[in-house]
Design a protein around this ligand. Structure first.
Ligand SMILES: NC(=O)c1ccc[n+]([C@@H]2O[C@H](COP(=O)([O-])OP(=O)(O)OC[C@H]3O[C@@H](n4cnc5c(N)ncnc54)[C@H](OP(=O)(O)O)[C@@H]3O)[C@@H](O)[C@H]2O)c1
Length: 289
């Protein structure tokens, strides 16, 4: 089967913006995507963005009511597309990805319903803020399970069929907390750093399989994330961006076969500084971070 996605940025640069480098852009049959975390925030915005590009979507979240509402909205968006042309679809599969059987049942459903997806966007995640010294054991386990282990297990189930299909892209939603380490978010930072290292390692492994891996690294995003963790966002910088902006960055990365994307883009600067001048970075971060 031909490689439809550019799997590396250099491969993407070598191609013109034809339909082959713009999969699912409405000029061919709808391609299929699995989006986790689709019942809220970034995942829901990604689902809407993909619907605008005529994808066939399987949407996952835990809350059945919220997930059904997003699925209905996205379905309406899809069926309002150009009459007479094949349009995509959206189906909800509610599951807790940290529960035993949650990820495997989602993976089985996807493979049965649409086959190996051309795109997997892993956005499900939770936050926890406070001093590590007082963090309860269950909270540590919950954050690592939701933000790291659930994604690893789901991707583990999807990689063999995607690699066998010889095409596709896995988009992992990380966090700048994983690149820099954020005060008061020690375990969340560790879990998201794990996602970043996983993205890099997996990309090497899948290089010749036709499956690309994108690590999307947002700063603060205006979603229910902070309310849910019970501690509001209190920093003056980075200012929260909209989840639509993150969804646009995801789509742009898929279209261009990008490996790593910061949202907003300037956030890559502190990461670079930390790499080049770690001692100076730590001094500044301790003072202003
Ligand atoms: N908001 C930010 O500032 C920010 C910044 C950087 C990175 N991120 C990352 O972006 C991703 C999306 O966050 P968001 O801001 O969109 O937050 P959100 O609005 O709270 O959405 C989180 C999503 O993850 C789902 N989810 C959580 N735990 C799950 C589990 N065990 N099984 C299945 N689904 C689960 C939720 O499902 P239910 O709604 O059904 O519970 C919801 O759909 C997360 O990975 C987060 O770490 C967020």
């Amino acid at each position: 089967m031909p490689h439809v996605f550019p799997t590396t940025e250099s491969a993407a640069r070598g191609r013109s913006a034809t339909s082959a480098s713009r999969p699912g852009a409405g000029d061919g049959p709808p391609r299929s995507a699995l989006v986790t975390g689709a019942s809220s925030g970034i995942g829901a915005a990604v689902a809407r963005r993909l619907a605008a590009e005529n994808w066939r979507l399987v949407l996952n979240g835990r809350d059945e009511t919220r997930l059904a509402a997003v699925t209905a909205q996205v379905s309406a968006q899809l069926s309002a597309r150009v009459p007479g042309r094949a349009h995509g679809s959206a189906v909800a599969f509610p599951a807790d990805l940290t529960a035993p059987g949650g990820g495997p049942s989602l993976a089985d459903f996807v493979l049965d319903r649409v086959g190996p997806p051309a795109l997997l966007v892993a956005s499900a995640g939770i936050g926890w803020a406070g001093d590590f010294a007082t963090m309860p054991r269950e909270a540590i386990e919950e954050v690592v399970a939701a933000d790291l282990l659930a994604t690893l297990h789901l991707v583990r189930r999807m990689v063999p069929p995607m690699a066998e299909a010889g095409t596709g892209r896995i988009v992992l939603i990380g966090s700048v907390a994983g690149s820099l380490g954020v005060r008061g978010e020690a375990v969340y930072s560790a879990a998201k750093a794990g996602i970043g290292a996983f993205a890099d390692a997996l990309r090497y492994e899948l290089k010749d399989a036709g499956v690309g891996v994108t690590h999307v690294i947002p700063g603060a995003v205006d979603t229910p994330f902070f309310d849910r963790r019970g501690v509001p966002y209190q920093r003056s910088r980075p200012r929260p961006v909209s989840c639509e902006r993150v969804a646009d960055a995801v789509w742009n990365a898929v279209r261009r076969g990008k490996d790593e994307v910061y949202v907003p883009g300037w956030l890559r600067l502190p990461t670079r500084m930390r790499g080049v001048a770690p001692a100076m970075y730590r001094r500044l971060a301790a003072r202003f971070g």
